[in-house]
Design a protein around this ligand. Structure first.
Ligand code: AMX
Length: 441
């Protein structure tokens, strides 16, 4: 792994020096104003984090180191005979900041293959949970069980110099990413396939091997996994999973502890769990209407019923995006190329026509358009991966690429403990009366 580490170190040293100079000259520049309402409303629009791996534009969607998803599909290395990007290439791009050559992606594939061994006690920890435990609970428990392997925790206990934190986080991140497909596949096969497990195939790429271990050998499913693992990897730094991983890492909790924390956030229905909720919502609509192919009028009525019951329409809306998510579009494009007549995909496309005007008419929803989760489940169901409770685990395996490459950068740039100021409403009320201040020291 020396070559990749050396390349990273050179990039990180240069970036750290540049940031040091920039702060020396411009550190006291004001970057905006904060309104009281923002403090009560989830800190929307407050710039307070630096995340180098990707940047989200409300209109343009996500860009990874400046590259949009269609550009990544074009420019990242592919598997032999494949046409979808390899997530190994995206990881290289996020980590190093440059497009990888084919051999760079291949180097990461072989590094992850070499480091993919999962110790037995991790499987035992999963087995200790009742089989009806939610797959995300099993997944996070497994990450916690894997924490025995942390280089960072071991080296910190031995008195590691702070200059070496990034190096230990780098090793942990590579180990963790290498091991997650095996853990995810183990959970799937234990819960849904009678505990019959499939050995890894050392000749396959990271996402292809995940497909194989899950038990799906169709070449186009492997392609879907490559695309899926690429587009779910990162969405700049403020989303719950990325921010949590970063925050917990800032306490110098090792990457296992930090990732587990972030993945607990991904397991929330307003975040990554929305992908299971979408298929669940469509299935419940089919059951209630007693039809496999609801008409647009029936979908319209069902959406209104969902809203009248005080529930959200899963897969729609976003805290930052203000247009159709390019990750939705990439998945729509995959379905158009591979199975345009699939009945569930047809429903997802009809929902796409029906939902936005209804959400728009409410007058309060800032983004009526679909997000990444509105489409992903339908693609998985097509290949017979119908157990929707498992979907967020796939999202989580992918998200590890983004949040862990960011965590390496966090330590390389020497980012400190994160500690924003909080206030009480009592303090705010006094400030409004002209007594005292609400900003921190
Ligand atoms: N259905 C119904 N109401 C919605 C809605 C939806 N899809 N999206 C937003 N709203 C409502 C909010 O609940 C809020 O209502 P309230 O004022 O009565 O509380 C109002 O519209 C304003 O919300 P917002 O500013 O537009 O959104 P937000 O930034 O507060 O929340 C999100 C963003 C994603 C949580 C929200 O759109 C939502 O709940 N969507 C459905 C769940 C979902 O798909 N989540 C996945 C997001 C992507 C991801 O992280 N994987």
């Amino acid at each position: 792994m020396g070559v990749l580490k050396d390349k990273f170190k050179a990039k990180a040293d240069a970036a750290a020096a540049e940031i040091r100079d920039m702060l020396k000259e411009h550190g006291n520049k004001k970057i905006g104003e904060v309104q009281l309402s923002q403090v009560y409303q989830g800190m929307r629009g407050i710039t307070g984090l630096v995340t180098e791996t990707s940047l989200l534009d409300s209109q343009d969607g996500i860009r990874f180191r400046g590259y949009s998803i269609p550009e990544l599909q074009q420019k990242l290395p592919k598997a032999k005979k494949g046409s979808e990007p390899l997530p190994e290439g995206l990881f290289y791009l996020m980590l190093i900041g440059e497009l990888p050559a084919e051999e760079d992606a291949g180097y990461i594939t072989s590094t992850w293959q070499r480091r993919s061994h999962v110790p037995n006690h991790v499987f035992a920890a999963i087995d200790a949970l009742p089989v009806n435990t939610h797959p995300m609970t099993m997944f996070v428990s497994a990450i916690m069980a894997l924490q025995t392997e942390s280089n960072f925790a071991k080296r910190y206990a031995e008195g590691m110099n702070k200059k070496d934190y990034w190096d230990a986080v780098f090793d942990d991140a590579m180990d963790l990413i290498a091991r997650l497909p095996r853990v995810a596949a183990y959970i799937y096969r234990r819960k849904y396939r009678n505990n019959q497990h499939i050995h890894p195939n050392g000749l396959l790429d990271w996402a292809g091997n995940l497909a194989h271990m899950l038990g799906f050998e169709d070449e186009s499913f492997k392609e879907l996994m490559r695309l899926y693992m690429t587009i779910h990897a990162d969405h700049e730094g403020g989303n719950v999973s990325a921010h949590t991983t970063h925050l917990v890492g800032s306490a110098l909790s090792d990457p296992y502890l930090s990732l587990a924390a972030g993945m607990n956030g991904l397991a929330g229905p307003l975040h990554g769990l929305a992908n299971q909720e979408v298929v669940k919502w469509i299935t419940e609509m089919q059951d209630e209407l007693k039809t496999k192919v609801p008409s647009k009028e029936q979908i319209d009525a069902y959406v209104r019923k969902t809203l009248s019951e005080g529930k959200v329409v899963p897969g729609y809306g976003h805290a930052v995006l203000r247009k159709t998510d390019p990750r939705f579009e990439a998945q729509m494009d995959f379905a158009k190329r591979h199975f345009p007549d699939d009945p569930l995909v047809q429903i997802v496309w009809n929902v796409y026509e029906v939902v936005p005007p209804i959400l728009q008419s409410l007058g309060k929803v800032k983004n009526p358009w679909p997000n990444v989760d509105a489409h992903s489940g339908a693609l998985l169901v097509h290949y017979n991966l119908k157990e929707y409770e498992f979907y967020t685990v796939l999202f989580a395996v992918s998200r590890a690429l983004g949040v862990l490459s960011s965590l390496i950068w966090d330590r390389a740039l020497g980012f400190p403990l994160e500690r924003p100021k909080s206030v009480t409403t009592e303090l705010v009320k006094n400030w409004l009366k002209g007594e005292g201040e609400i900003w921190g020291d």
